[in-house]
Design a protein around this ligand. Sequence first.
Ligand code: ZN
Length: 291
Amino acid sequence: MMASGKRLGPRPAPFRVGLRRKPIYWCDTCAYTLPMLPQQQGSFPLFNAFGIQVLVHWSWFILPVLVFQSGHHRQFSSQVWTAIELLTIFGIVLMHEFGHALACRSVGGKADRIVLWPLGGVAYVQPPQRPGAVLWSIIAGPLVNAILVPILFLADMAVNHWIAGVSPDVIRYVHWMYVLNLVLLIFNMLPVYPLDGGQTLHAILWYFIGRARSLQIVATIGIVVAVAAGAWAAYTNNTWFVIMAVFVGLQAFQGWRVSQILVRVEAAERDERERQRRWMEGGADDFEQRG
Ligand SMILES: [Zn+2]
């Protein structure tokens, strides 16, 4: 349709703006791919469920070594219980990851792979880039742990008080699993990007200040906390926490870099909308006129 008497030029082709490196993954412990994250390489497939491939990264086996190093296994009369405990941790992390993956699918996103490694698990999920869809995909993981809290609490109460003659191994096992699940939930919900708490904060802030600015804020918090926690961990000789802090810091830095790109993408998109709007209004001065 053309305004009478005035001929507009051809509608300007919308230019495309986007991130150069494509797939951007929303993961459990991180939002964006980094070489540091466990990939298919170095992982072996375990099974498929709901069309999601579950893999274990070789580094997961550091976990049993750490358990034995810590002397934690000595509290059980038989090491079968240590093995059951490790398998349960594996199961809890896996359920958490399936929470992310299935929630992501439910909002039309993509999720086809879960890799387990010593820092938890990574669900490779790509929810649609809307704050609501991202929020649900992130929060569904910790929600699994939150549901497990009362269940494990009741189990703990049952073996301690309600059922007579339970073996001390079972009592210790159930108690540890209750504590571990609770600690995982609390730690993971700290508002420190890229932990789930930080990503939740990102999705909530996204509603108010947009994707780029919200990512910038949570990534900055992540970097500051990682540096402080890393310094404290190094000072107290806590190797495991140093590794965690380095991981969090690098991921947060990557998130911050992505936020810088997003700021530019959003500005370009605003310019593009303005360009299209001016064309629609017929103020075609900017565009070539055709006779
Ligand atoms: Zn998670």
